[in-house]
Design a protein around this ligand. Structure first.
Ligand code: GTP
Ligand code: MG
Length: 322
């Protein structure tokens, strides 16, 4: 597929074109990266129209189950749903995502849904940067809602808040840790808390809701708390209508978040480019030798880092081949 064909296929929502675009965006090859950049430039004017929803929570809380049920609910409303997974911690993600695809079997078999695992940690600029590009490709392909799933550890919450309009936390009827986190004010980014598995422990779910609501009030947070059962599919419409009215009421805040995210994107990309340039210019033997010297205590790491950078810059100033 040539680039113009790829772009027009993508804009028509062709899945093969979307898959090919993502492969290109994630490619480590220099020639692909050039092509990807041009493509991204053409994609950008067609992005920004989706509702970007971040979903986080501890392992086993029911994120995948929720995404499947909620995703199917959205499809039932005539929407197209893309699911992206972010796992900033790891190379380990591969396996769990495969398992997830089988778990989200009903959703992944629908033509209105697209499920994309986390890219490998080795991609240029890391997982967050790539997830953003994949998200934009999905928007250009006409997806209306982007669900970005992460495991709830501090770092991934930050990653998700760098990408999404709204942040949803899934918790359990007896999850004291999340309550403590809200009480200590470290849940600043959360906009909606869903107490999942309310079918199992209805009384605890009620109590947790009261506790969470009062903790949020004390933190002057406007976040809302709802009870759901992802497994039984209860209250999916309530969740969606809450999110839609949240979106309508927070237009200015969403715009502001997106502006901050654009700036962070620029910075992240710049850092990635500088690092890539460094890797291309560095003398690997010199690097290995300095690493060995720091390991054995012959040189202190700070001086070694400065030395390597100076050497590398030195090489950059050598006459170029033009
Ligand atoms: N009873 C009940 N079980 C649920 C509910 N939601 C999820 N489960 C079960 O909880 C288990 C874990 O659900 P997952 O959706 O895989 O959880 P997850 O948060 O995606 O887990 P990780 O991907 O490992 O982080 C599964 O056995 C689900 O069937 C619910 O609302 N009620
Ligand atoms: Mg999961």
């Amino acid at each position: 597929m040539s680039s113009p064909d790829l772009l027009s296929g993508l804009l028509q929502g062709n899945r093969r074109a979307l898959a090919r675009t993502i492969t290109l965006l994630e490619s480590q090859k220099k020639t692909h990266q050039q092509e990807a950049r041009v493509l991204l430039e053409h994609i950008l004017p067609h992005t920004g129209n989706a509702f970007r929803i971040g979903i986080s929570g501890t392992p086993g809380v029911g994120k995948s189950t929720f995404i499947e049920t909620f995703g199917l609910h959205l499809i039932g409303q005539g929407l197209k749903v893309a699911v992206l997974a972010v796992d900033p911690s790891s190379a380990v993600s591969g396996g769990s995502i495969l398992a997830d695809k089988t778990r989200m079997e009903r959703l992944s078999s629908r033509p209105e849904a697209f499920i994309r695992p986390s890219p490998s940690a080795g991609v240029l600029g890391g997982v967050a940067l790539h997830t953003r590009e994949v998200m934009l490709a999905c928007e250009a392909a006409g997806f209306d809602v982007i669900l970005i799933e992460t495991v709830g550890v501090g770092q991934s919450e930050t990653v998700v808040s760098r990408l999404t309009d709204v942040f949803v936390l899934l918790t359990l009827p007896n999850a004291g840790d999340d309550l403590q986190a809200v009480k200590r004010g470290i849940m600043e980014v959360v906009d909606l808390i869903l107490i999942n598995k309310a079918d199992l422990l209805p009384e605890e779910a009620n109590l947790t809701q009261v506790q969470l609501e009062s903790a949020l009030r004390l933190q002057q947070s406007l976040a809302k708390v709802l009870q759901i059962s992802a497994l039984q599919g209860t209250h999916m419409e309530k969740v969606w209508s809450h999110l839609k009215s949240w979106q309508a009421q927070h237009q200015a805040q969403i715009l502001h978040r997106r502006q901050v995210q654009q700036e962070a994107w620029f910075e992240d990309h710049l850092k990635a480019l500088v690092w890539q340039q460094f890797l291309e210019q560095v003398n690997p033997e010199r690097w290995a030798s300095l690493r060995e010297q720091t390991r054995t205590g012959k040189m202190d790491p700070v001086s070694a880092a400065h030395l390597l950078l100076e050497d590398t810059h030195g090489e950059k100033h050598l006459p170029e081949n033009h």
